[in-house]
Design a protein around this ligand. Structure first.
Ligand code: ATR
Length: 278
């Protein structure tokens, strides 16, 4: 029997109250005339699987998954996209006929923001990624697919950079570097901060000499004011430093497209989001 209730979606995280996803998806829905409900769902790790099952049994259509659950959820799905397998993480779930399908739109969100919103061409770019955790793992595959020339991973714990580079070396030129071996002589076109340093604090170990004046410096984190990484990059002479609001909106748009089959206008939503945040 057809229901008059809106289709249900939500974002699961722990904590999750800070998430802007409900706001973004409501804007997408309004813009594209879709009748949906999108909720914040705070779930601690020990009941994650049960909560996802309950959501499905109650007729929920799809979920976004955020920290700290992105890797854990990969073990619960019935099927998964190739990009989610490569990322080792899931940020989008589709619930259809009791089958749970996992995808990952984070890397695609970054690529779309860089290429469509920032006018940066990934093709042929020499990229340096700072950090070797889940965020780094999620973006390497899509950057290589967008024809990056090379990716260097530098991390406080060098061995983690080596292990990650090993995972990806069959897909492209991905190498690990010790932080102290980095210099501006490497002439990176794009430097991405994928560390959690801004959130967790601690000393920042990367020397400003790695920044070329024409490098684009991109922080995957975002906040209402310029992030510590952006300020560091500007002090180091970077012509342009950005944070990840565009990636946030673009990954959401990709999830929305997977769920609803409609591509929302992200520029409008990004303006509303950052206008309301600044
Ligand atoms: P995420 O899933 O968000 O990537 P993570 O897996 O905890 O989170 O990884 C966090 C990354 O930030 C790691 O690469 C971490 O370095 P270590 O592997 O040496 O722990 C990096 N990181 C955190 N704080 C940092 C700091 N103050 N300076 C440099 N790197 C930092």
């Amino acid at each position: 029997m057809p229901s008059n209730q809106p289709d249900r979606y939500g974002v699961i995280g722990y904590p999750v109250s800070h998430s802007r996803s409900p706001y973004i998806h409501q804007l997408f829905a309004k813009q594209t005339d879709q009748d949906i409900q999108y909720d914040l769902i705070e779930v601690p790790p020990y009941i994650l699987k049960r909560k996802i099952q309950e959501f499905m049994e109650e007729g929920g259509k799809g979920l976004n998954i955020t920290l700290p659950h992105k890797s854990a959820v990969a073990a619960y799905v019935d099927d998964m996209s190739a990009r989610a397998v490569t990322a080792g993480a899931v940020n989008t779930l589709v619930c259809r006929d009791s089958v749970l399908y996992g995808d990952n739109t984070d890397g695609a969100g970054l690529v779309t923001d860089l290429e469509n919103n920032q006018g940066f061409s990934i093709r042929g770019a020499k990229i340096l990624i700072l950090g070797a955790g889940g965020a780094t793992r999620g973006i390497i595959g899509p950057l290589l697919q967008a024809h990056a020339c090379s990716i260097v991973i530098a991390n406080r714990t060098f061995q983690k950079a080596i292990d990650l580079a090993d995972c990806f070396k069959k897909l492209g030129t991905v190498t690990a570097s010790e932080i102290r071996a980095l210099t501006s002589k490497n002439s990176f076109n794009l430097i991405i901060n994928a560390t959690s340093a801004g959130l967790k604090g601690g000393a920042w170990l990367y020397p400003p000499s790695i920044v070329n004046t024409d490098a684009l410096c991109y922080d995957l984190s975002y906040s209402a004011t310029p992030t510590p990484f952006m300020e560091w990059a500007s002090r180091a002479g970077a012509a342009k430093s950005l944070m990840g609001w565009g990636m946030l909106v673009e990954q959401a748009a990709e999830s929305f497209f997977i769920w609803r089959g409609i591509q929302p206008d992200t520029k409008q939503v990004l303006e509303q989001l950052t206008g309301n945040t600044a």
